[in-house]
Structures are given as C-alpha cells and as structure tokens.
Design a protein around this ligand. Sequence first.
Ligand code: DTR
Ligand code: ZN
Ligand code: ZN
Length: 313
Amino acid sequence: MKLSVPGRATGIAAISIAALLTTSAIADAAPARVAAAPDIPVANVKAHLTQLQSIATANGGNRAHGRAGYKASLDYVKARLDAAGFTTAIQQFTSSGRVGYNLIADWPGGDANQVVMAGSHLDSVSSGAGINDNGSGSAAVLEAALTVSRTQYRPTKHLRFAWWGAEELGMVGSRYYVNSLSTANRARISGYLNFDMIGSPNPGYFVYDDNPAIEKTFKDYFTGIGVPTEIETEGDGRSDHAPFKSAGVPVGGLFTGASNSKTAAQAAKWGGTAGTAFDRCYHSSCDTTSNINDTALNRNSDALAYAVWELSE
Ligand code: DTR
Ligand code: ZN
Ligand code: ZN
C-alpha cells in the first residue's frame, strides 16, 4: 500500500513507515508473549494487614460478620480499589439476624465471557482480629488487584476479585453470590481461585486439587521456586471455593494450614516445628499481625499473582 507523505522527509518518512509496517506485520505474526506476573511486594501485603489489625483494635477486637470491624474492613478494601480504577459493588445479605456484605471488584476490559476470579473471605471470628484467618488471603488478593492496576495489565480474559462476608458462619457470603448469579453468568466464570489462610506461622504449602489445570498452575509456580507442595486435604468444602465448585465452576487455591499439626516429614521439607499446629492461633485472640510467617505470605502472594496472570492471559 503506497503511502503519500507530505514534505521533503518523504523518503525517510516512507522508509520509516514501511519499516514500521513490516515490523508490525512481523509482530502480528509472532505468538503473543505471555505477560509474566510481577512480584507482589510482601511489604505492601503486610501494610494491609496492619490496617486490618488497627481496624479490629478500634472495633472491639474483631472483624466478624455483622460487627463494625467487618464493615470497616470492607470500606478500607473498597476505597483502595476505587482509587485504583476498579468497578466495585457491595452485595448485601442477612445471616443470623445481622447484615453482611460481599465486595466485588471488576477490572475493566477483557472477555466478559471468560471471567477469572480470585477471592478470599474478609470476616474474622468474633474472638480475634483474624489476621491469618483471613486477613492474609484478603490482603494478598487486594495487593494482586492493585498490582493489576499499577501495571495496567490488560489480559485477554476479564478479571474479577472478591472479598466474602460471613465465611465463618458457613461460607454464607460466597454462597449468596453464587446463588445470585444467573445460569449464564455462572457459566462465564472460567475459574475461581480461593485464598484462605496463606500466612500461617508454622506454614505448610498446600495446593487445592479440585481442578487439575489450576492445581498444575500453582504447582508450576512452587516448582519454579524450589518449594515442595502437598495436596490440600484438610478443608474439602471448608472455604469459599465450595459454593463455586458445587455450581460446576473450576476451582483452586492455596492454604498454609490451620489447627492440624505439622509432621516430622513436613518439617524436614518445609522447616518449622514438627508436632505443632500450622497455626496455633487458629480462631483465637492471638491471630494478630504477629501470627504471620512473612516467607509463606510472600511466596503465596506471588503464587497468587502468577496464577492470575497465567490463567487470564
Ligand atoms: N474454613 C477456614 C479454615 C480452613 C480449614 N481447613 C481449610 C482448608 C482450606 C481452606 C481453609 C481451611 C476458616 O476457618 O476460615
Ligand atoms: Zn476461620
Ligand atoms: Zn478462613
């Protein structure tokens, strides 16, 4: 195609344009390069945990369903996402006579018929601040979402992030969300990734084995950093992936352990203390910001980002 270019620079301009067309033609022919996931700064994740701890301390010591600390946690997360350009929505429901809330955040763009979701429950039990359970998952999902914005990631698929209410009452918020979806919208979710307790102080590295492709994605990440993993068996049906799985949505996730004790064999490969719970403060008042293993939180935050980028490319 001959391009008419005005002025004396026609020759140079014509060569440049021709080169550009050739280059772009080559680029079009080349397979799209997979966007490598950026590192998630664990300091940023811990800063969110500090905020959640402060919120609990200022609101009766917890962030439980139906209490002021939960809504304050939700408002904190929502404000950060709104400022980062997400389209957010609060979904309200009632459970045990108290009002609960889910927070849904959509990253504009991507194929609306292929939605990749990452979520975590934001509520704690009433006995404590719930920093590992589940501030850790909530903070990691938030920082991954903020990283999408910071890097202006433009995936092929549509990204949606969620923070669930009332998980501790039996996955009430996530079930309410799944049940509220039309059949068509449920079918548009190509995968749901769940992060509930990913910073346990005596950590194990467990990968959900519900969907083979999602499981492999997480295992590939940990293999890449030389960390062995085990299949998560303690919690089938015990977190917010369960309602999605029941609805036929492919699910996966990560977990660092709760009240079960680490075995000698696990301590030999992961470090930590054998014969002691992965999280001895599970559902206790000592589940504070001091109840986090930074290495586990860092590794799982980066694994979260790796999976979101890989599965949404
Ligand atoms: N139900 C979660 C804790 C929990 C226990 N086992 C698993 C396995 C996988 C994810 C989470 C869990 C809670 O208490 O919030
Ligand atoms: Zn819990
Ligand atoms: Zn939990």
